[in-house]
Design a protein around this ligand. Sequence first.
Ligand code: SF4
Ligand code: SF4
Length: 297
Amino acid sequence: MKDSTKAMFRKHGWRVDRFIHNYYYFLFYYPYVKISSIIVQSLKYLSWFKPLIPIGKMAFNRYHAKVLSREDALKIFTLNEDLRIISDKNKKIIPFKYATKIIFQEPEFIVVMDCPCKKSMHAPLDDINSCIAVGRNIGSFWLEHCQKYNPRKITQSEALEIIDRFRKKDHITQAFFKVATGGSTGVICNCHPDTCVSLQATRLAGGLDKGLTMTVKSGYSVSHDSERCILCGHCEEKCLFGAVKFTDGKRKYIADICLGCGLCEEACPEKALTLYVDPDKPLPLDLEALTRIHSRI
Ligand code: SF4
Ligand code: SF4
């Protein structure tokens, strides 16, 4: 048995079923996600079929992603010590029943691999190598078992360059939490609603406001400085979720549907937008604040 297989086995403890799920999930990453994407697309036509609702809820409870601001991603890609926070308090950040552990083991060990969502949804070839594993556990498994998905070891600064390249192309940054990977963090991806199964599943389930979501807001809302704003409209163009709208020359911002991704802040030529921690949203996955959060919650 390869070292990374043994490590995965140890990670799941007595839950052999989860080890098997995790093992085959990565081994057959692309077909697994391709089938999931077909199921997600079929929801459009089968939403009337009531027995599917509990199955949908079960999946949504076990597979979800936390939106990261660029600053929060930067803190992950400059982390140089192990972080292991297994606590119910994490539900303030990731409000789900399962898959809430925040674990980064050897966080400088980073691997990038093909994204099965982008492959399934025919994203441009240049965009496909974009799923990032942070930590030796998942990273070494990808290198040892998943050669067909083109894994390669990269540095922390290369990972950040990938994040920035995709953010410039209107992709948000998401940290995935999945039961299939040990109920914890570990995979960070660059996602666009046109080529991300989890964002599409959330959209088809009725969106963020209906509570059935795979995407957890970053925890930030956006403040607007009207003195600086020149009403150029870039923030409306950048927002993938319709949280900014211009009507009769006036800018309207809807905090409830804002994911706090930060793309508008980065695109504003006048620096008129600033992310702030919104007390009405889940807490950010801000590694620096995490220790304080845990003593305070
Ligand atoms: S991008 Fe900035 S300057 Fe342009 S409309 Fe939005 S807030 Fe105003
Ligand atoms: S308003 Fe800005 S921060 Fe909020 S979802 Fe849209 S682009 Fe992201």
